[in-house]
Design a protein around this ligand. Structure first.
Ligand code: TPP
Length: 522
């Protein structure tokens, strides 16, 4: 008997990467993905890092892969948007050492700004996608993902969702692989994507997709489970568990490799049934793939299923009545509430000032986004990481009258490193004017207190260089830079008041470590 472990999907993912001989991993924190790298960081032999953002993380993994090393890029779903630029061309170059991109999607938006369905990235980038439905499958599929990556010269998209990442189930780990590094092989036509060579690689991609589709049709990832009745269910990921939790006897085509879509297999099985229904979270991804593949006995899900997370009750209601599950009105538990800033949080002091001055705040993503809620109600726009600086400055420039001088940008320290710096450089270069407040709590607090370039520590806990935000801001060409302490509210308020009147770029750095995750607490 082999080992048996009880692991979360994220833990299983880290163990599988380690056991697969992956020696390089990078990512940027984001729920529900964060624990994958945190766990992988406990293995000394794996070079793990929190990159400054997801684009950098993927580019690091590309470099390691080109050197022949298996590598893993880890991010939440919106992180793939940031990494999309290298991703789309990586599909062209292909890889050398197996390269897997883990996207952790968040249907239901437990802790995200949107619930985009990242399965579309596999279709868009023309790369294979695996979708495990339990921790054991996370382990087995990830091991296979490295194999697929190397066999077909492609990056692989590995899609998890919150419930897979965070639920625990049994895992039966295999043996650890030791792989020698093969080194970089010069091959400009493969690794340098100038148009002439990219055109050839596009031809390669289409051939690769055809081969992958054949592989998918015969692969053990896509299995037909016999059952009773004339309706076939096609499903994948966590939705499979919800189907099985309700209906143990239904015939199910369980797809583990959802892209390229195993069209022929699905067609052959589907035509044996009167009706086919895809049980899937969010967009009609499988449903559309079925339709394009010529499956003509599809019953479409009602459109309200395109929204929100599934659960066993919703799936039951879908399969029995073809209706969405309506939550009973009377419940004895309090309604869900959004989180709030902690007692003693330095951000809270700043938001009290913003509120009391009646400022309009173009915000960013972090704990401080909660400044939008009562009792502050002092954050008025939030789009994506790094947006506060361009959005705030343009909002100011495009506004008139009294409102103009009340508009500021507010960004956290981790977010500043992630994608705030380019907005600041743009502001200086284009001679924009306005106030930017950087809330430096020496932590990536929102996601659990991970280190970043401003904390002086790396992911495995080693001491490193601590980048000085003030020096960076000055190096970007900002002349008016003020340091304040949020706990000294009167002084801080005075600096903010004075800065609002200035007709240039002004940066206030409010430094006070996070009450929970500050360096002294770690
Ligand atoms: C592209 C992207 N990557 C990751 C996340 C997850 N995430 C939300 S806020 C945040 C960082 C917040 O850190 P910081 O700006 O320092 O603010 P703090 O929470 O410490 O106040 C991260 C990583 C995200 N929302 N978007």
């Amino acid at each position: 008997m082999g080992r048996e472990l009880f692991l979360s999907g994220n833990e299983a993912c880290a163990l599988a990467a380690y056991d697969s001989g992956c020696l390089f991993a990078s990512g940027y924190p984001g729920t529900p993905s964060t624990e994958i790298l945190e766990n992988l960081g406990t293995y000394n032999s794996v070079n793990t890092s929190w990159a400054t953002n997801e684009k950098v993380a993927l580019e690091l993994c590309i470099g390691a892969s080109f050197a022949g090393r298996r590598s893993l890029a880890v991010m939440k779903h919106v992180g793939v948007n940031v990494a999309a630029d290298p991703l789309m061309t990586l599909s062209y170059t292909g890889i050398k050492g197996g390269l897997v991109i883990v996207t952790c999607d968040d249907p239901g938006m437990h802790s995200s700004q949107n619930e985009q369905d990242n399965r579309h990235y596999a279709l868009f980038a023309k790369i294979p996608m695996l979708e495990p439905s339990s921790s054991a499958e996370v382990y087995n599929f990830l091991t296979a993902a490295f194999y697929i990556s190397e066999k077909f010269d492609t990056p692989v998209l590995f899609r998890l969702t919150t419930r897979i990442c965070h639920s625990h189930s049994r895992v039966f780990p295999g043996k650890k692989s030791e792989l020698p590094a093969s080194g970089f092989t010069i091959n400009n036509q493969k690794y340098v994507m100038i148009p002439a060579w990219a055109r050839m690689r596009h031809v390669f991609i289409e051939k690769r997709l055809a081969l992958l589709e054949k592989f998918s049709c015969s692969s053990k990832f896509n299995i037909f489970e016999k059952g009773a009745g004339s309706r076939l269910i096609i499903t994948s990921g966590i939705s499979y568990q919800y189907v099985r939790e309700n209906f143990i006897n239904l015939p199910v085509l369980k797809l583990g490799m959802t892209w390229p879509f195993p069209a022929e297999k699905v067609r052959k099985i589907s035509c044996r049934f009167k009706e086919v229904m895809c049980v899937e979270e969010l967009d009609p991804f499988l449903e559309n793939a079925c339709l394009v593949s010529g499956v003509n006995n599809i019953i479409k899900r009602p459109k309200n299923f395109y929204i929100g997370e599934l659960n066993p009750e919703r799936v039951k209601a879908l399969l029995v009545n073809f209706k969405d599950f309506i939550k009973p009105v009377k419940q004895n538990i309090p309604a869900a509430r959004p989180p709030a800033l902690c007692r003693g949080c330095p951000h809270a002091f700043m938001f009290e000032i913003f509120r009391d001055y009646g400022l309009i705040v173009a915000g960013d993503i972090g704990c401080y986004t909660l400044g939008t809620l009562s009792p502050y109600n002092a954050l008025h726009a939030c789009i994506d990481m790094g947006a506060s600086i361009p959005v705030g400055l343009a909002l100011r420039a495009a506004s008139a009258g009294k409102q103009k001088n009340k508009i500021i940008s507010v960004i956290g320290d981790s977010t500043f490193f992630h994608s705030g710096i380019t907005g600041l450089i743009d502001a200086v270069y284009n001679k924009r004017s306005g106030l930017i407040v950087i809330l430096d709590n020496r932590s990536t607090a929102m996601t659990g207190g991970q280190d970043h370039p401003g904390t002086g520590k790396t992911l495995p806990g080693n001491i490193s260089v601590r980048l000085d935000i003030e020096k960076i801001v000055r190096a970007c060409g900002v002349n008016r830079v003020f340091q304040v302490d949020p706990f000294k509210k009167t002084e801080t308020a005075a600096v903010i008041k004075k800065s609002l009147a200035l007709k240039e770029i002004v940066v206030i750095i409010a430094t006070r470590e996070c009450i929970i995750y500050g360096p002294q607490k770690r």
